[in-house]
Ligand binder design. Structure first.
Ligand SMILES: [Ca+2]
Length: 285
């Protein structure tokens, strides 16, 4: 299938060598392999809500004319259901992204999550080899808007995973720490094109107050799966919380297409978008 499988021992060594900042002096944790999302528990596909439920926000903000994007309903050939096609259609400025997001309420106390979906990438080179890659990166994220213990004060907590197509360490998987992308050191060569379905799963905590400091700023990536590559992460990142205007708790699941240096148009199709929230850890830590 064309992926480069990185030996697990090497993955763990690379992650350790990168020196992700842990919180305090917590002892090393036992690596946890990603679970399979239980379809029977979390059967609602967010993409089936249709394009009207997935508005697009342009990143960076404040440049509404810098990118044109659209979300349309499509049927996924051979997969028997509704899917969404997100298109970055044009743009005046390089490196502009289209961020399509779905907003929903979560059960009270949700602080651990498994997010998974299937997707089709556009045909592209990787890391500008041979010819310019059509896309810069492809991202998924989960954001929580949560009430704090101060009256009327809400914070936003964001969790994200990026497949970086062009960059110094690309093609690789990177994690969002609230202000920047941090490489996992895990490289994978994904093939784009029709019927080249890929599946990604990310598990972890966000918005949790696991260290009891009164803030839900503990961000932990527990594990991920990309196609047949199962990756224990066990990475704690110090998340910067951002104060926001809100009146109730809610969450968004987003898919972002990042434009390249010449803002070439391209599209990504998503299907089986499933979010499983948990009030307590399903991973045994
Ligand atoms: Ca679907």
């Amino acid at each position: 299938m064309g992926w480069k499988i990185v030996p697990m021992a090497a993955v763990i060594a690379v992650v350790a060598a990168l020196g992700f900042n842990g919180r305090g002096d917590a002892p090393p944790r036992t690596p946890v392999l990603p679970s399979q999302v239980a379809a029977s528990r979390c059967a609602v596909q967010l993409d089936d809500a249709g394009p009207a439920a997935w508005p697009v926000w342009v990143d960076p903000p404040g440049q509404p004319a810098s990118a044109v994007a659209a979300v349309e309903a499509v049927t996924a050939p051979g997969r028997g259901g509704a899917a969404l096609r997100i298109g970055l259609l044009s743009g005046a400025d390089a490196y502009t992204g289209a961020h399509a997001y779905y907003t929903h309420q979560l059960p009270a106390g949700a602080q651990a999550f498994a997010l998974s979906f299937d997707y089709l990438l556009p045909p592209t080179s990787l890391n500008n080899r041979e010819h310019p890659s059509i896309a810069q990166a492809f991202e998924i994220s989960l954001s929580l808007w949560k009430k704090s213990d101060k009256a009327g004060v809400f914070y936003r907590y964001e969790w994200g995973l990026q497949y970086q197509i062009v960059g110094n360490t690309a093609p690789d998987w990177r994690l969002w720490n609230g202000t920047d992308w941090v490489t996992t050191g895990i490289q994978q060569e994904l093939v784009g094109g029709d019927d080249r379905w890929h599946t990604v799963l990310i598990e972890g905590y966000v918005g949790a107050d696991r260290d009891g400091n009164g803030h839900g700023d503990d961000l932990r990536y527990v594990a991920m799966r990309s196609d047949d590559l199962a990756i224990p992460l066990g990475i704690d990142l110090p998340l910067q919380e951002v104060q926001v205007d809100a009146s109730q708790d809610y969450a968004t699941v987003a898919v972002q297409l990042d434009g390249n240096f010449q803002q070439d148009p391209y599209a990504v199709t998503i299907d089986n978008v499933v979010l499983c929230p948990y009030a307590t850890s399903p991973w045994g830590d």
